[in-house]
Design a protein around this ligand. Structure first.
Ligand SMILES: O=C(O)CCC(=O)C(=O)O
Ligand SMILES: [Fe+2]
Length: 621
């Protein structure tokens, strides 16, 4: 029996939940400090960061912070090595102002919520640079991976396509890898891996034509982004498969590298880091209770915190998204042999908290991270996303080919898991480029399936959205005569996705509204309405009525997932900012009726009807 409509919807929801668990919402790292960096004869530091670019083993020099008025300039070098350094650190702490935060649209000082010192960028400068140390490259790749668009119905993709052949292939590759695995390495590292130098002979063992040097270099870079020189066996297997595909393509058309084709379809997104504050959280009570960072502009994606090498204890940074938590622990004492700069980045709509500092001073630089046009130079190969391989795409395709799924058509609203900054009064111009983590994966899947969709601001409390959303979706569906595959695509905001976030409603939406907000307009008869409203039945009334009707016509998936955070969004930020707010957003998708789907894809229709016939035959007595 083909799956029912409920089964299909359930499968979308399951795929999203697991995608959400896997999606990165925070990342972090550590950069060792070389206390005595190399100098030229004239005394300059060179190379400044001693970056071994190919090994990606970036180390850095001690960090300087300069502050003070004209004629009273001070400088602190960290890690501190002398009593003067300790005195300078105390002076820096003294020079900070008590840190405020945003509550209900105002900057407040409340040391029961945030106890820290702060210094603004106009009062200090630092020799630390997150670009120089490679942090921005890593954060970009992890939080804004490049995205690839591929044609719809890519043969060979999806669970149905040659599943057994693929499994057999994987088994064969795994066996060949197992023969190469170095047992000593397994014992040391605790997982099976092979070394880069073994790749050519591994390919030869499998009878796959050798890659030329450039291609092999590309593959190594793509599958070993941190240039560790070794590949866990599952990663090696993916690498081999990629070369296998390229070899097959070369053979089929007598041309070179399929990789080059893929290269052209990759869409890069970039990040720009803007230094925001220097903060000091000091023992015994420095802390910052749970909050989300106030978006500074529509293009703010995340926040970066860099922890300078001063000794302290406690002060872990806990970052949360939905029901997951990652804790960045940076406590360090001055006796550590290799001091380091530790850092963490996270999407700024994720709730986070600085736990109590129990000893010393925790000194941090905070940066706001904004979306910027990608350069294409950040090789960007490790985490690229091939839309047609997203689990959701095959679920959508299966559902669309199933006559029992939405026979008359339907609208599905997926509640996005992240929130997005949104300025009044401009539209949400940066959608869909701003989408984060699993939300981007969902959007990509809808896009790759060729469905018409719209990104809409929704009121999380009552799931109301713009009154014209369905009309607009129908209109763009008709003009685009979809669903159909698309040969190429990019994430340009100008493509068919509507993004209609226009009006800002920051206040809890019902405050001060007339009574009709409370009445379920959908159940009242028109006489009752006349009686109740008479002359107050104005434009707003009709708009509300329409919005409620739309709510009933849309099937929700995943609504309320971030509800627990909404109070924090409205109440607490790291700064009051009246022009910006986070919005809850839904991706509303139009599922065309079965007839339209048949028109768009006769083959799928025929196949599915055949299956249905067979199923019916099976049930005949
Ligand atoms: O210092 C940290 O780890 C985070 C600080 C923070 O959340 C903020 O300044 O908004
Ligand atoms: Fe924060």
């Amino acid at each position: 029996m083909p799956p029912t409509q409920e089964d299909c919807l359930e499968s979308f929801s399951t795929a999203l939940e697991s995608g959400s668990r896997e999606a990165t919402f925070t990342c972090g790292g550590s950069i060792p400090i070389v206390i005595e960096p190399k100098r030229t004869q004239s005394g300059d530091l060179t190379p400044r960061t001693d970056a071994k670019v190919h090994g990606q083993k970036i180390v850095t020099k001690p960090v300087t912070v300069r502050w003070g008025l004209d004629g009273q300039g001070r400088v602190l070098s960290l890690p501190g090595r002398s009593t003067q350094d300790s005195a300078a650190l105390q002076d820096l702490v003294q020079a900070c102002q008590p840190a405020t935060f945003g509550r209900g649209g105002e900057n407040v000082l409340d040391e029961t919520y945030r106890r820290a010192g702060a210094m603004s960028t106009d009062a200090f400068s630092t020799g630390f640079c997150p670009y120089e140390t490679g942090i921005i490259d890593v954060v970009t790749q992890l939080l804004l991976p490049p995205v690839i668009d591929e044609a719809w119905h890519n043969p060979g993709d999806g669970p149905e396509a040659g599943g057994e052949v693929v499994d057999e292939q994987t088994r064969r590759i795994d066996e060949a890898i197992a023969m190469k695995v170095d047992t000593d390495f397994v014992l040391r590292q605790g997982y099976r891996a092979i070394h880069t130098s073994q790749l050519p002979s591994l390919l030869a063992d499998l009878g796959i034509s050798a890659a030329d040097e450039d291609e092999l270099g590309d593959l190594v870079e793509k599958f070993d982004p941190l240039r560790t020189g070794s590949f866990a066996s599952n990663v090696a297997c993916e690498l081999v498969k990629e070369r296998m595909d390229a070899a097959a393509a070369e053979q089929a058309c007598g041309q070179t590298l399929q990789l080059e084709v893929t290269e052209r379809k990759r869409t890069f997104r970039g990040l720009r880091a803007e230094l925001y504050k220097l903060n000091v959280y000091s023992s015994p009570s420095g802390m910052f209770k749970p909050h989300v960072d106030t978006p500074r502009s529509e293009s703010q994606v995340g926040s970066l915190v860099v922890c300078l090498p001063a000794p302290f204890a406690g002060g872990a940074l806990a970052v949360r998204h939905q029901d997951q938590e990652v804790v960045h622990r940076w406590e360090a004492d001055s006796s550590e042999r290799q001091p380091a700069i530790q850092w963490a980045a996270f999407y700024s709509d994720c709730e986070h908290e600085v736990l109590q500092v129990t000893a010393g001073h925790r000194i941090t630089l905070t940066y706001n991270l904004f979306l910027s046009p990608g350069t294409g130079l950040l090789a960007g190969k490790p985490l690229n996303l091939i839309s047609s391989r997203l689990p959701l795409v095959s679920r959508f395709q299966q559902a669309l080919a199933n006559p029992a799924f939405a026979p008359q058509g339907m609208y599905i609203a997926f509640a996005l898991t992240h929130s997005y900054p949104h300025a009044h009064p401009s539209a949400f111009a940066l959608m869909p480029k701003m989408l984060k983590g699993v939300d981007m994966a969902l959007y990509e899947a809808v896009y790759a399936t060729g469905l018409t969709c719209s990104l809409e601001e929704v009121n999380e409390m009552d799931l109301l959205m713009r009154a014209d959303v369905l009309k607009d979706l129908d209109r763009s569906f008709d003009t685009a005569s979809r669903p159909q595959g698309r040969e190429t695509g990019n994430l340009d905001a100008s493509h068919e996705v509507n993004s209609s976030l226009t009006k800002m409603e920051v206040l809890s939406d019902r405050e001060g509204e007339p009574d009709e907000w409370e009445i379920d307009l959908g159940t009242s008869s028109s006489e009752e309405e006349d009686e109740c409203y008479g002359s107050v039945r104005d434009e707003r009334y009709w708009d509300l009525k329409e919005r409620k009707q739309i709510r009933r016509r849309v099937t929700w998936i995943g609504s309320g997932r971030s509800k627990d955070l909404s109070s924090i969004f409205l109440a607490l930020g790291n700064e009051a900012e009246l022009k910006m707010k986070y919005s809850s957003v839904a991706l509303v998708v139009k599922i065309p009726g079965w007839d339209r789907r048949c028109l768009a894809d006769r083959t799928a229709c025929r196949e599915a009807t055949d299956t249905e016939e067979t199923a019916r035959d099976d049930h005949m007595p």
